[in-house]
Structure formats: structure tokens, C-alpha cells
Design a protein around this ligand. Structure first.
Ligand code: GLY
Length: 321
């Protein structure tokens, strides 16, 4: 696909979406709100401001796995990862395993702007969030805790319904839920600058201290002067394939963003199988796409010539309900 800049893309996470079928309208509304808010910012500010605004809306929705809707680890506690990157100037900021901020994506942007580092983790990052006056996270959402209790109950009954993360089942004597995860945004502004932002609660039932792809530039997010990409899915696989750096590198080598995304995802799927990842990407020539090897990955875009926000990638469908 191709659009006229400015262009903004968002996604609500690649995954099975099985337990979320009846919430699809809500998900579409949230994606549209994120696109509209981010695009308003993109009208007067740079791509980095727009992707952070869009991801903030997704974090605040409470129905996606980031910010207020973050899944819990094996202890039933929320720890979150987030990252941002700006292609103009090649700057990035990221946080991992944070518990304090309601909006980890805002903290990641402040790490980029206010420190000399790229990645700050755990309680030290939480201290920065307090220092910079960020809003506090209220703790796990009711829906997430209910799911957690169900999983604990099933494990106690001896059930292990999922193929992945078996070590965690035994380690924690608990289970994983259906995988859908992470939120993200990429943008191309009218000055030709590209940016990426991503935020996640990680993988449900992860062990404390686990960091996924969303905190790692080149894995969960990447932007340079050619393209910007964010990934979603099983972080362990995305880290090993460096999915976003690979996608952006293919653009640098001459492919359009949609071709690059297809090539990178094909390679990823060959290595790690179906049901493992998805990504959104935009390049400096206005080519863009959302692509995934999971059952669904609700994603959407707005470009100058596209009219209102469009949402695609719903399970068993390609357009908005
Ligand atoms: N893709 C998010 C994570 O694995 O943490």
C-alpha cells in the first residue's frame, strides 16, 4: 500500500484473539481513536510526538496488552516494557520491567530525551518516572486478574492447554493465556522524518525479570531515515530474528516497506513457525503495510489521501466491522 504523507499506522497486537471475538468493535474503536489522536498531533508536530500520542491512547484503553490493560506475570503482577525511536537523528529510548508508570511509552520517550542512555530497567526506571512526575499505574485490570485466576485454577487441576512456554508452566505451576499482545505505532511526518513506538505488558505468566522485544531497538522497534517498524508477538522469537531492524534493512537495500515486511516475516515464519509475530512498517516514500502470521492483528492507518482511519487485520476478515 502507498499513501501521501503524513502517514500514521497503529496496531493492537498480533495473536489468536480467540477470547476477544466479542470485543472486536471495542478494539476497532480504540484503534480509530488512537489514529485520530495521533494524526491530529502529526498535523502540527513531528512523527515521534504522534506515535507516542497514539500509543498512549492504546495504553489507556485498558483492553489491549499495554499500559492499563497489561497482562500479569506468574505472581499476578504487572511489569511493562516500552520503546521509542526517531529516524531523524537516530535516537531511541526504552524501559523494561517497569511497574510505576501508567504510560511506559512516555517514560521511554523521556529516557531518549533526558538521559544519555537508550535502555533503563526495573526500579531505576520507575524512580525516573516518579522524578519526572508521571502518572502512576493503578495495578492489574479486573479482566486480567480474572483471567489469571482462571489459569491458576486450571493449573491446579493439572491442565496445560498451550504449546509454548512450557517451562514457565512447570516453573510457576501456572499457565499461559491465548496470545495477543503489545501495541505500537509508526509514522512518517511531512518533513520526511520517521518514528516508531511500542508498549507492552509482555507475555502473560512470564517470569519476573523477563524482558521482551519491546524494550530492544532492532527487535520490537526500529526507525532510521528509510523506514520505521514495530513488531508484536512472542518476544523471544522477535529478539532472535531482529525483526524490525531486518525489515528496515531490506528497505535500505531497495525494497518498498510492504515488500520488506513480507520478506522479513517470511524469514521469521520459516525460523519460528506460524502464530509467532506481526509488524507494521512505513517507509520514506509512503509505502506501508501491516503483516502477521497469527490469526489476527488489528491494525490501521491514516494518510493524507486515505480519508478517515481505516482498520484491518481482524481475525477472519480484512476490513473494519
Ligand atoms: N511482544 C511483546 C513481548 O513479547 O514482550
Amino acid at each position: 500500500m502507498r499513501g501521501v504523507p503524513p502517514i500514521l499506522l497503529v496496531h493492537g497486537g498480533a495473536g489468536a484473539w480467540r477470547t476477544f471475538r466479542n470485543k472486536m468493535r471495542e478494539v476497532v474503536t480504540v484503534l480509530r481513536n488512537a489514529l485520530r489522536s495521533g494524526y491530529e498531533v502529526l498535523g502540527s508536530a513531528s512523527a515521534i510526538e504522534a506515535v507516542v500520542e497514539a500509543v498512549k491512547v492504546l495504553e489507556d484503553s485498558g483492553i489491549l496488552n499495554a499500559g492499563l490493560g497489561s497482562v500479569v506475570d506468574v505472581r499476578g503482577e504487572v511489569t511493562m516494557d516500552a520503546g521509542v525511536m526517531e529516524g531523524c537523528g537516530m535516537r531511541a529510548g526504552a524501559v523494561a520491567a517497569v511497574t510505576y508508570p501508567r504510560n511506559p511509552v512516555v517514560l521511554a520517550k523521556l529516557v531518549m530525551e533526558k538521559t544519555d542512555h537508550v535502555l533503563v530497567v526495573g526500579r531505576y526506571a520507575d524512580e525516573l518516572a516518579r522524578l519526572w512526575g508521571l502518572q502512576k499505574h493503578p495495578g492489574p485490570a479486573k479482566r486480567v486478574l480474572e483471567r489469571y485466576s482462571e489459569l491458576v485454577k486450571k493449573l491446579r487441576e493439572g491442565e496445560i492447554p498451550f504449546k509454548r512456554f512450557k517451562k514457565n508452566y512447570f516453573l510457576a505451576k501456572q499457565l499461559l493465556g491465548s496470545l495477543h499482545d503489545t501495541v505500537g505505532a509508526v509514522a512518517l511526518d511531512s518533513n520526511g522524518c520517521l518514528a516508531a513506538a511500542v508498549s507492552t505488558g509482555g507475555i502473560l505468566m512470564k517470569i519476573p525479570g523477563r524482558v521482551g522485544d519491546s524494550a530492544i531497538p532492532g527487535a520490537g522497534f526500529y526507525a532510521d531515515d528509510h523506514a520505521a517498524a514495530v513488531a508484536t508477538g512472542i518476544g523471544e522469537t522477535i529478539i532472535l530474528s531482529f525483526l524490525t531492524l531486518r525489515t528496515v534493512s531490506y528497505v535500505r537495500e531497495g525494497l518498498h516497506a510492504d515488500e520488506a515486511a513480507r520478506k522479513a516475516m517470511d524469514r521469521h515464519t520459516k525460523l519460528f513457525g506460524e502464530g509467532t509475530a506481526g509488524l507494521i512498517v512505513v517507509d520514506r516514500d509512503g509505502y506501508f503495510d501491516g503483516i502477521y502470521n497469527t490469526e489476527g492483528m488489528p491494525w490501521g492507518y491514516i494518510a493524507k489521501d486515505s480519508g478517515d482511519a481505516r482498520v484491518l487485520g481482524l481475525p477472519n476478515s480484512t476490513s473494519s466491522p
